[in-house]
Design a protein around this ligand. Sequence first.
Ligand code: NDP
Ligand code: OXD
Length: 312
Amino acid sequence: MSVTVYFAAGRLLWPEYEAHLPEALREAGIDATIRHGAPDPAAVDYIVFAPGGDITDFSPFVNCKAVLNLWAGVEKIVGNPTLTQPLARMVDPGLTEGMVEYVVGHVLRHHLGMDAHILGQDGVWRNEVLPPIARERPVAVLGLGALGQAAAQALAALNFPVMGWSRSAKTVRGMDCHSGEAGLARVLGKAEIVVLLLPLTPDTTNLMDAGRLALMPEGAFIVNPGRGALIDDDALLAALDTGRIGHATLDVFRTEPLPPDHPFWAHPRVTVTPHIAADTRAVTAARVVAENIRRGEAGEPFLHLVDRARGY
Ligand code: NDP
Ligand code: OXD
């Protein structure tokens, strides 16, 4: 039997998926018709979704078996009151690889103090400050999901002492795992570099407020490829102004694109990257979408289902 897949992730994304999605569906043994624009809603079996795409009202899709998000983060869709269908988020090996590389690159930059040489080349031979080694630099990853665990493991493989923090208690090889408020205080009290890979939910909004920033060691670094609103912007700017936080590398923001007059752009202790930490890669993500459709058709549980109550 043929299934109808509505590619509602927007016109801009379709060229990336045009070849990969039909191929992945074929490989998964699915006979599918892929639709765009405004198909008969009652005929749609699966929706491939991305924020900013074609759908805001899911209620007409009465026979839709699942909404398959191309993004890892679901904060823009999870609270949509018209969405009654199961919602799966994206866990894509290509996206994970990109995130690991972003995190490792920016952590190493701060750890090695690369800016001093890259920006300070002035003809003076200064060799009194030697680069430290990773095993002397405690690092924390807040959020130990698909992306956080992969990033934390890559950092641990470089010998950083890695602490992880998550909602539920975990044991992950090679790192010291914590949970709960007391766990967060322990982690922030020790970590010289903190990486935020949490989803944005009511519980994580403004997690890094003035009080929690003040727990971090003097001059500590923050790398945030999670979501902008995990951090209280004003509290961060105040902590950067005093040098209490040494530098923040920020990939995500409350308003995107980051407005040109936002103080982050000009702050000497902030690096802005324009939400490029990691992108879903069509070639690998199409296989994840196809596998979920295969599961739906076979009556098997969907992968990466979002828990609406938790918000991720
Ligand atoms: P997952 O859902 O796999 O993992 C989320 C992690 O956060 C889990 O460990 C979870 O804990 C933890 N968590 C959630 N809520 C809390 C809380 N209240 N307190 C403590 N820990 C909490 O997500 P991913 O790893 O796939 O992605 C993480 C985020 O990265 C996305 O939501 C998105 O915002 C961002 N992202 C950014 C990109 C970029 O380019 N900048 C690209 C892709 C994603 P537990 O394990 O107990 O459930
Ligand atoms: C995502 C993102 O959530 O790109 O996938 O931010």
